[in-house]
Ligand binder design. Structure first.
Ligand SMILES: Nc1ncnc2c1ncn2[C@@H]1O[C@H](COP(=O)(O)OP(=O)(O)OP(=O)(O)O)[C@@H](O)[C@H]1O
Ligand SMILES: O=P(O)(O)OC[C@H]1O[C@H](OP(=O)(O)OP(=O)(O)O)[C@H](O)[C@@H]1O
Ligand SMILES: [Mg+2]
Length: 285
């Protein structure tokens, strides 16, 4: 039987969340860590443990059919590779930073400067788009040190909390892109393997939708049902069940995590009582 080959990062920031996502999709993988390749026990899947930065080339060459990879690496090295799904973890941005004390008013100030980065293509595209002439110095790690040792005037690297920039006396001045982990697909995937990928993607979407939603249960007097139903959209429409106490009902519904607190405030105002909120493991749409 054919198997879908998926690449995930061998070690680093994406590794654990990628493995957890596969696990949440009900896929158990034999062994792991020290192997470069492992089979899933209950899904036609072969997992390849690779370096994040190498994955775009493996996708291009068709060595793997899909991958969980940082979007920033895909933009840097894999323009012809398509993205199937945003996965919501490893969120960060790719930014230009300059020494805190340097005067910087706009991107034109980068003209004639030396920019150290591990993402030369991303920087090149940005400079071209903004008509800026600058020198790019490629460094593979500890990029933030470059201005302090006189190697560059600016850097372009990943920023998340901003603490690495802070520790190196740098300030973020331009955000080139926002990034998160994504599911990427090889341009040479076959239609047979695509069918397996669709199944995996369906599971991933169910897991992510569940993570981003909450199941809400509440009690309300019957005369408030209409008002409360308007506040709670639900998947189709809310479930309403009579309570043992005459004139009262229990309402069940699903709400987006983002809108959750606003909705709770509105529900309370409308007379809802005994509001319970539960996590959702998976949401199959
Ligand atoms: N500080 C951070 N906060 C959040 N996400 C990050 C952070 N640093 C990197 N990332 C994201 O995680 C991905 C992997 O980063 P990590 O530092 O583990 O590996 P890498 O240096 O890109 O790769 P390799 O596996 O090739 O050694 C990055 O491409 C980026 O998308
Ligand atoms: O804004 P912050 O929260 O400080 O995160 C940003 C830092 O995180 C990443 O490095 P990482 O820790 O992955 O080390 P690496 O350079 O060895 O990959 C990135 O290259 C930055 O240096
Ligand atoms: Mg890193």
């Amino acid at each position: 039987m054919q198997k879908l080959k998926i690449a995930i990062q061998k070690s680093g920031r994406l590794n654990e969340d990628s493995l957890n996502l596969l696990k949440d999709c009900g896929i158990s993988i034999d062994n792991g860590k020290d192997q470069l390749k492992a089979d899933a026990r209950n899904f036609p899947l072969e997992v390849f443990y690779l370096r994040n930065g190498d994955i775009p080339q493996y996708l291009k060459d068709g060595v793997v059919d899909c991958a969980i990879i940082g979007e920033n690496v895909l933009v840097e090295k894999g323009q012809d590779i398509s993205m199937k799904e945003r996965l919501g973890f490893s969120t960060c941005r790719v930014s230009i930073a300059v020494p805190k004390e340097s005067e910087y008013s706009n991107s034109g100030d980068l003209n004639g400067k030396r920019i150290a980065t591990s993402y030369p293509e991303t920087v090149k595209t940005y400079l071209k788009k903004n008509n800026i002439e600058a020198d790019i110095h490629i460094i593979n790690g500890s990029v933030e040190i470059a201005p302090n040792i006189g190697l560059a005037d600016a850097i372009c690297d990943i920023v998340s909390s901003g603490s690495t920039l802070f520790k190196n006396n740098l300030k973020e001045v331009e955000v080139l892109m926002k990034s998160e982990a994504v599911l990427a697909v090889s341009p040479s995937i076959t239609s047979e393997i695509s069918t397996i990928l669709d199944k995996l993607q369906f599971r991933i979407a169910s897991v992510l939708k569940g993570k981003n939603s909450r199941y809400v249960l509440l009690n309300a007097p019957n005369e408030k049902l209409e008002e409360i139903t308007q506040i709670l959209p639900g998947m189709k429409s809310p479930t309403i069940l009579p309570l043992a106490e005459e004139g009262w009902s229990s309402i069940h519904s699903v709400v987006d995590q983002d809108k959750f607190w606003d909705i709770i405030d509105q529900l309370k105002e409308a007379g809802a009582q005994g509001i319970l909120v539960c996590p959702i493991e998976k949401m199959v749409l």
